[in-house]
Design a binder for this molecule. Sequence first.
Ligand code: 5GP
Ligand code: SF4
Ligand code: MG
Length: 465
Amino acid sequence: CGVVGIWNAQDAAALAALGLHALQHRGQEAAGIVTLAERGQFHSHKGRGLVGDNFGDAKVMAALPGRAAIAHNRYATTGESALRNVQPLYADFEFGGLAVAHNGNLVNAFQLKRALVRRGCLFQSTTDSEVFVHLIAISLYSTVLDRLIDALKQVQGAYSLVTLHEGALIGARDPLGVRPLVLGRLGGPESNSWVMASETCALDIVGAEFVRDIEPGEVVIADEKGLRSIRPFGKQPSRFCIFEYIYFARPDSVIEGTSVYNTRKRIGEELARESGVPADVVVPVPDSGVPAAMGYATEAGIPFELGIIRNHYVGRTFIEPTDQIRHLGVKLKHSANRTMIEGRRVILVDDSIVRGTTSKKIVEMVRQAGATEVHMRIAAPPTTHPCFYGIDTPDRDKLLAANNNIEEMARFIGADSLAFISLDGLYRALGHEGRDKRSPGYCDACFTGDYAIPLADLQEAPERA
Ligand code: 5GP
Ligand code: SF4
Ligand code: MG
């Protein structure tokens, strides 16, 4: 999911909508904006589908007045796709209204929810994010901030949050900083106008200046007095999601001072060094494979060509809800550019293999277009484990790499050869010497099974995953 928060700016809703639009890649299922107008009045609009479909209308925007807003793009990892699950979530408390937008996934939501329901809390949605609302509601602390921190201390999992109440915009990241969240400023270095967003590309679109990443375990409060920061958790080594660099984040975003685009190119370079193969052309699987393919081609000294053309009028294949549609989606999305492929030995570069359906279809398509050899190179290690921290990977039994070795995978996708970047190569691309087992510095559980946040619900009842 993508989140945006705006504090103290004219047309906050329009800025939030623009930010959401820049974060559209983080979720396409639904979008919502809650604004705070004068005298503590909240306004809300949510809908299924894209940001542009829901917030392109002047009447809708006019009904969202105020100088503060939070917003959310939904990418379902928990709960069905019903409208009641669309964020921001909003509730009225004894202290007034509070809106919450959450990116990530909690790993003890089931246990918390069970306890909350026993205490009489009535859940309105089926998302894990609603536990934040109830934990805040029943907290015995007197200020909203203390109640929020009280809630954060009870949840386990990955979260980047923005919340809005009458007095403040509050952003928070989980202690390991699994999901991203950045801070920006509008209107110059003296202003008290703030933007919080999942990625820097959302700051760029609204003309906000990047201030810094919100740190793992940090709670940042923007109110009329200015900006301040609290660290309710002791300092821990962070575990930012390495897959954000590989695939999820937008290439023009900068995370922890590192350009996503450059990282992807360096992954491609590493991949070429690790598993080069003689060929005539390097072809990316667009769009996600493009920067890695560029890096690969440069390092290998093989021409880079757009041998597959992407139709931009279909959403990301992976995020479509059913397997059947996902299947169909791949054909709708890519076609071979025969001129660049016929009679050539082709290296295909993609960011990751999950189920293997994309790769299988693309390899077949490239062969049909006359390639003499097809070599698949993947800018991620084999995805052997599901993500429980906010990326929607399927169950383990559907992950191609969980059930097959490289040779079997190559046979399944129909490639002459298949290679993945090594874990150490991936860490080298991020500027490290390799993966430090004791302190990797990133979450890489989907490639290693090293789940840094214990999977509380799963340990209690494995079938719940
Ligand atoms: P597959 O067809 O192997 O199941 O999926 C791999 C393709 O899905 C890659 O091209 C990758 O860019 C894309 N993809 C889209 N969303 C996701 C996601 O959330 N996780 C992963 N691992 N891949 C995704
Ligand atoms: Fe990211 Fe993978 Fe960790 Fe999930 S398991 S947070 S996708 S690195
Ligand atoms: Mg892709």
